[in-house]
Ligand binder design. Structure first.
Ligand SMILES: C[S@@+](CC[C@H](N)C(=O)[O-])C[C@H]1O[C@@H](n2cnc3c(N)ncnc32)[C@H](O)[C@@H]1O
Length: 208
């Protein structure tokens, strides 16, 4: 068994970034629905901003990025400025934003892209554990302490997505089989009209 004291800073924030070609592939699929607003719940240093630029979509939509770590949020802001991608990057916890939007009953974004943090529930600070539980419960989903940070991120991202919007995220292959993701699997089946690509290995999840 691993202890939190022995884990790296990178692991504790789920800081494993997406290769640019994969981010570009996902962004191209999402942009096919002509979104005016694109959410990235945990934008890191902004590879999806680069992806939006790569497909020539930087002026056609507004990118909303959230990132907990200020050094990474600043890199994302710099990238967006340099590449002239219209954007708002906030250095805050996405779960706080999501809870606020969810309680307003509104949906905010035409599309979602990203690669949410993979962090064991036991490694999350107490307040993040509580926010995860709030998100499960607000959607009447069964909550378990075996969950992982990426699960409430996906639930919240679906919830703030406008009807008809697209969500393209890189998720761990365990979405297909782990018990703790059962309520998420059911939720996706209920909320999404299409699950175009759900592959094993390194799972790509494309939803609309
Ligand atoms: C898997 S990385 C992905 C970064 C970037 N989206 C990419 O695809 O390369 C996850 C990021 O989530 C950030 N993060 C972790 N918890 C967060 C939270 N509650 N709100 C916003 N960002 C968070 C981490 O600092 C990390 O940069």
């Amino acid at each position: 068994m691993n202890f939190i004291e022995n884990e790296s800073e990178q692991k504790l924030r789920g800081g494993y970034y997406t290769p640019e070609d994969l981010a570009t592939y996902i962004t191209k699929w999402v942009a096919n629905s002509s979104p005016k607003s694109i959410l990235e719940p945990s934008c890191g240093d902004g590879v999806f901003i680069k992806a939006i630029h790569n497909i020539g979509y930087g002026k056609k939509s507004h990118f909303y990025g959230f990132e907990l770590l200020d050094s990474e949020a600043n890199k994302a802001k710099e990238r967006a400025d340099e590449l002239k991608v219209k954007s708002t990057i906030k250095c805050i916890d996405f779960l706080d934003h999501a809870i606020q939007v969810m309680s307003s009953g509104k949906t905010e974004y035409d599309a979602v892209v990203g690669n949410p943090p993979f962090i064991r529930y036991q490694y999350l600070p107490k307040e993040s554990q509580e926010k995860s539980e709030i998100i499960f419960k607000s959607e009447h989903l069964k909550f378990t302490k075996h969950t992982n940070a990426w699960v409430p991120f996906v639930i919240a991202a679906i919830k703030v997505l406008k009807p008809g919007g697209r969500l393209g995220m890189i998720l761990p292959a365990e979405i297909i089989h782990v018990m703790h993701a059962q309520s998420l699997r059911t939720y996706l089946g209920e909320q999404c009209s299409k699950l175009p690509e759900l592959c094993s290995n390194r799972t790509k999840l494309f939803l609309s």
